[in-house]
Design a protein around this ligand. Structure first.
Ligand code: ADP
Ligand code: MG
Length: 802
C-alpha cells in the first residue's frame, strides 16, 4: 500500500464521514463506487488473514452501500478506515495532566473527561484533534431568551419552543410500508404538544433503525422544536418541525452554556452532549492561540481576535457576539482562499509562462476600428476594453475573463484585443465551441478586417483539405494573421508563425487542457476568455480567483425587453394561437425541448415526435424544421440556413441552439418543460429572440406543481439581466446547481455562504491583494504564510474525491 493511495482513500472516507454518509458524488464516481473499485484490487500480502478477508468483502459491501441504513454505513466506513491505517507505532499513551496546556494538534483524548469511548463517537464526525473540534462550527443556535411556550402559540406563527420529551414512538405505517413516523410528545410546563417527523423509504422500516432513532430522544431529554404552527387532529402542532436535542438527561444549565445554545451537525450514534462538552473542553486551547492577523488589521477591519472568535462562535454571550465571531471566521475563510489563489497565480506566471511581449495598444488599427464602428461603445464596453488593453500593454501575460450577457457586445472587445496584437506584429487565434458560432464570428471579423486589409480565415472540422492546406501554410509563414475556428485550431498541424493572443468564446465549454493546448502554440501569448453565461461575482472570484474578471454589465441602448410568460400545459392551445399570429405577421418561432439525460435515444425520439406532431397536427399549413444533436454538422447548417433565410416558420430544437444562433426575424421562444432547465440556460435560450427591432416573447411551458420551481421561473419574468438572474439562481439553488459541471474546484467553506457573504468576500480579496503587493512572498508574515499553506494542502486533499 503506497502512501499516496492511502491518503486518497483516507480522504474519501473522512469526507464521507464528515458529510454524514450521503454517498457523496465525486467527479467520476460516487463514494461507494470509488471504494468498491479500489478494493477490487487484491489485498496487500502483509495484512493478517482476517483483514484480508474483510478486504475481499469490501467491494460487495460498498456496492450495497446505498441500501444500508445510516448506522451501518458509518460502521462500514469506520471499519474501512481501520483496515487501511498504517500499522501503529507502539507507544505508551500520554498521561493526562491537567496542568499541561493542550495544543491544537493534540488528540481529543488528551483532554480530561474524554476517554476512548467518547473519542470514538467524535471520530465519527471527523474530529480527532483539539483543532478539529474548535473548528467544528455550530450549524445553528437556539436562543433561550426568545422562546415561547406551548400555551402561547397560535396557528400560522413560526416559533421555537423548548421542553422535555414525555413520550416517544417510532413505527412504520401499517398502510404504507414506505412511510415511517416518529412521534414525540413534548411538555414545557405550560402544556404539551405532539410533533411528528416522517421518513420516506423502505430502508426506514428496519426495526433496529427505529429503535436507534427512539434512543436519540429519551424520556426526560430537553429538546428545542421549531417550525410553523398548524392545526392537526391532535390539536396544534408544528409543520415539518426541526427537532434539536439540547440535553439528553434533563435540564440544560443556563449558567454553564449561556442563553444561546449551539446546535452542531451530528451523525448517527453521536450524542449532542458529548460534542458540546468536548468543544467546551477545548476552549482553553483557543485562549492560547496566536492570531495570524496582526492586531492592526483587526482594529482596522473591526474583527475579533482568533481566540475570541472561536469562543464566541461556539458559546456566544448574545447574538451580537455570535455575529461578530461569524464575520471574523467568514473573512478568514475567504481571505485564505483568495490569498491561496493569488499566490498560485503568481507561481504559475513565474514557472510556466514568464514574460510576455507588451503590445502597442495605441495605434493605427485600433483608431481606424473605432472610426468604422457604426455605433457608440457603451460605457461598460469602454471600461472593459480599457482593462483589456491595459493588460496587453504590460509585460505580464494577460489572463482575463470577460463576462457579459448575450448581446452585450463582447465581440467588439475581442476585436480590439486582436487589433492590438496585429498592430504589434503578432498573430491572433479566436476559438469558439461550435461551428455555428465560429462562422458567425468569422463573418463579423471579415466584414471589419477586409476594410483594414487584414486577412482572416475560418478553420473548422468541415473545412475542405485544399483550402485548409493553403491556410495552414500562410499561418506558418505569418501571411495570415487571424485564424477563427472551432476545436480544429488545437490540432497538431496548426502551426503559427508568432501567436501573440488567444481569444476563447464561451470558455466554459472547453476543458482546461484544450485552452492550454492552444496557448502553447505561441510563446506566452495573452489569453482573453469570454462567456455569455455570467456567474455571480462571488463564484467567479472563488472559482477563477487566479484570473482577472471584467464585466460588461450594460446592454447597448434601444434593446426592448423580452416579454416572458409562464404557461401550464392547459394553456397550450393559446400558446400555439399566439405563435400562429406572430407567424402570420411574417415572424418566426423556436420550440425548444429539454434533454432527457438518461438516454440520447429518448431525446431523439421526443424531438422527432414533437416535430411530427407540430408539422402534421398543429401547424399543417406551416413549415416546421427540426434541429437536434445527432444531426451531422452539414445537416444542421442546412436547417439553420433555411431558418435564417425564412424558408421555415418554426424550428423545433433540442438545446443545441443555445449558443450562437442569430436570426433577428425570430420573435417567439417557446420552451417546453421549462422547469427542467437552469435559470442561466433559460436566459441563454431566451437570448435567441429579441435580436431584431420587433417586440419578442418567451413562453415558458412547465409541468410542475412545485411552488419553488414556479417561483424560480418567475425570476425570468421579473429580470432581463443575466447577472441578476445568476444571483437569484445562486440564492435559490446554491452554488453547486448554478455551476453544474463547472463545480469541481468549488472550495469547501465551513461557514461562509457564496450567496450572502459577498461583501466580506470582496473585502477579503482586496486585503489579500494589498498584502501581496506589499509582501509578495509573505516574508514579513510568517504566520499567515504557514496558515495559507496549511489550508491549501487541506483543500487539495478534499478535492481528491472530485
Ligand atoms: P455578444 O457576443 O456579447 O452576445 P455581440 O458582440 O455579438 O454580443 O453583439 C451583439 C450585437 O450588438 C451585434 O450586432 C453588435 O454589432 C451590436 N453591438 C455591439 N455593441 C454595440 C453598441 N455599443 N451599440 C449598438 N450595437 C452594438
Ligand atoms: Mg458572442
Amino acid at each position: 500500500m503506497d502512501d499516496e493511495w492511502r491518503t486518497r482513500i483516507t480522504q474519501a472516507l473522512r469526507v464521507e464521514a464528515e458529510k454524514g454518509f450521503p454517498n457523496l458524488q465525486g467527479n467520476r464516481y460516487r463514494f461507494a463506487e470509488f471504494l468498491a473499485l479500489t478494493f477490487s484490487e487484491p489485498a496487500p500480502p502483509h495484512l493478517p488473514a482476517q483483514e484480508r478477508n474483510l478486504w475481499s468483502l469490501l467491494p460487495t459491501l460498498y456496492r450495497r452501500y446505498d441500501y444500508l441504513p445510516p448506522e451501518e454505513r458509518a460502521h462500514l466506513v469506520h471499519r474501512t478506515r481501520h483496515l487501511i491505517e498504517p500499522a501503529p507505532a507502539p507507544k505508551t499513551p500520554p498521561k493526562k495532566n491537567r496542568s499541561m496546556p493542550v495544543g491544537l494538534a493534540d488528540p481529543l483524548t488528551a483532554l480530561a473527561g474524554i476517554g476512548p469511548k467518547f473519542a470514538l463517537q467524535l471520530e465519527r464526525l471527523g474530529l480527532k484533534t483539539v483543532g478539529d473540534a474548535l473548528r467544528y462550527y455550530p450549524r445553528d443556535y437556539v436562543d433561550y431568551s426568545r422562546r415561547t411556550t406551548i400555551k402561547q402559540i397560535k396557528e400560522g406563527e413560526s416559533v421555537t419552543l423548548m421542553g422535555k420529551v414525555r413520550r416517544v414512538n417510532c413505527f412504520t405505517s401499517p398502510r404504507n410500508k414506505k412511510l415511517t413516523i416518529l412521534d414525540l410528545t413534548v411538555g414545557d410546563g405550560s402544556g404539551q404538544m405532539k410533533v411528528s417527523q416522517f421518513f420516506r423509504g423502505q430502508q426506514f422500516a428496519h426495526i433496529g433503525w427505529q429503535q436507534k432513532l427512539k434512543q436519540g430522544y429519551p424520556i426526560g431529554a430537553t429538546v428545542a422544536l421549531s417550525g410553523l404552527v398548524k392545526t392537526s387532529k391532535y390539536g396544534l402542532t408544528l409543520d415539518k418541525p426541526e427537532i434539536e436535542v439540547l440535553a439528553l438527561d434533563g435540564d440544560i444549565h443556563s449558567n454553564t452554556i449561556g442563553r444561546i445554545v449551539p446546535i452542531y451537525p451530528l451523525a448517527e450514534g453521536v450524542s449532542v452532549t458529548v460534542v458540546r462538552e468536548a468543544i467546551r473542553a477545548c476552549l482553553p486551547a483557543a485562549h492560547a492561540l496566536q492570531d495570524y492577523f496582526p492586531q492592526s488589521w483587526l482594529t482596522r477591519l473591526d474583527l475579533p481576535s482568533l481566540p475570541q472568535a472561536l469562543l464566541d462562535i461556539h458559546f456566544p454571550e448574545d447574538s451580537a457576539h455570535g455575529d461578530r465571531a461569524r464575520r471574523r471566521i467568514v473573512f478568514e475563510e475567504f481571505f485564505f482562499l483568495q490569498l491561496g489563489l493569488l499566490l498560485r497565480r503568481e507561481e504559475r506566471r513565474r514557472v510556466e509562462r514568464g514574460q510576455a511581449v507588451p503590445f502597442q495598444t495605441q495605434g493605427a488599427l485600433i483608431e481606424q476600428f473605432y472610426h468604422m464602428l457604426p455605433f457608440q461603445l457603451t460605457r461598460a464596453q469602454q471600461r472593459v476594453i480599457a482593462e483589456v488593453l491595459d493588460d496587453l500593454s504590460a509585460p505580464k501575460p494577460m489572463n482575463r475573463l470577460v463576462q457579459g450577457d448575450v448581446g452585450s457586445g463582447k465581440t467588439v472587445v475581442a476585436v480590439a484585443a486582436i487589433l492590438a496584437a496585429l498592430q504589434s506584429g503578432y498573430q491572433a487565434a479566436f476559438m469558439a465551441p461550435t461551428e455555428v458560432l465560429a462562422e458567425q464570428h468569422y463573418r463579423k471579423l471579415v466584414a471589419w478586417f477586409a476594410l483594414m486589409h487584414q486577412p482572416v480565415e475560418l478553420l473548422t472540422g468541415s473545412t475542405r483539405s485544399g483550402p485548409r492546406r493553403e491556410m495552414l501554410r500562410q499561418l506558418a509563414t505569418g501571411e495570415l494573421s487571424v485564424l477563427v475556428g472551432t476545436h480544429a485550431l488545437i490540432q497538431q498541424t496548426v502551426q503559427f508563425y508568432n501567436l501573440g493572443l488567444v481569444v476563447i468564446d464561451e470558455q466554459h465549454r472547453f476543458g482546461v487542457g484544450q485552452r492550454a493546448q492552444l496557448q502553447h502554440k505561441g510563446r506566452n501569448p495573452d489569453l482573453l476568455t469570454m462567456t455569455a453565461t455570467p456567474i455571480p461575482r462571488t463564484l467567479a472570484l472563488t472559482l477563477y480567483g487566479d484570473l482577472d474578471v471584467s464585466e460588461i454589465d450594460e446592454l447597448p441602448p434601444g434593446r426592448q425587453p423580452i416579454q416572458t410568460t409562464i404557461l401550464t400545459p392547459q394553456q397550450r392551445a393559446q400558446a400555439y394561437q399566439f405563435c400562429a399570429r406572430e407567424i402570420a405577421q411574417g415572424r418566426q418561432v423556436y420550440v425548444v425541448l429539454p434533454l432527457v439525460e438518461e438516454s440520447e435515444k429518448v431525446d431523439l425520439r421526443s424531438a422527432l415526435e414533437e416535430h411530427h406532431r407540430l408539422q402534421h397536427e398543429v401547424f399543417p399549413q406551416l413549415r416546421v424544421g427540426l434541429l437536434h444533436g445527432k444531426m451531422k454538422s452539414a445537416e444542421k447548417d442546412l436547417v439553420l440556413t433555411q431558418f435564417r433565410q425564412h424558408q421555415l416558420d418554426i424550428l423545433v430544437s433540442t438545446t443545441v441552439i443555445e449558443v450562437g444562433v442569430d436570426v433577428p426575424n425570430a420573435t417567439v421562444m417557446l420552451i417546453e418543460h421549462a422547469e427542467r432547465f437552469g435559470l442561466a440556460q433559460l436566459h441563454q435560450l431566451r437570448g435567441r429572440v429579441g435580436r431584431g427591432a420587433a417586440q419578442s416573447y418567451c413562453l415558458l411551458m412547465h409541468y410542475t406543481q412545485s411552488e419553488a420551481a414556479q417561483q424560480r421561473l418567475q425570476v425570468l419574468v421579473n429580470f432581463q439581466d443575466g447577472f441578476a438572474i445568476a444571483e437569484m439562481d445562486l440564492r435559490l439553488r446554491g452554488p453547486g446547481a448554478v455551476l453544474g459541471t463547472r463545480q469541481s474546484g468549488l472550495p469547501d467553506l465551513a461557514l461562509s455562504s457564496l450567496s450572502t457573504d459577498q461583501q466580506t468576500l470582496t473585502l477579503a480579496r482586496q486585503e489579500a491583494q494589498h498584502l501581496l503587493q506589499r509582501d509578495p512572498a509573505l516574508k514579513d508574515h510568517p504566520l499567515l504564510h504557514q496558515e495559507v499553506q496549511r489550508r491549501l494542502e487541506k483543500q487539495l486533499g478534499a478535492q481528491v474525491l472530485n
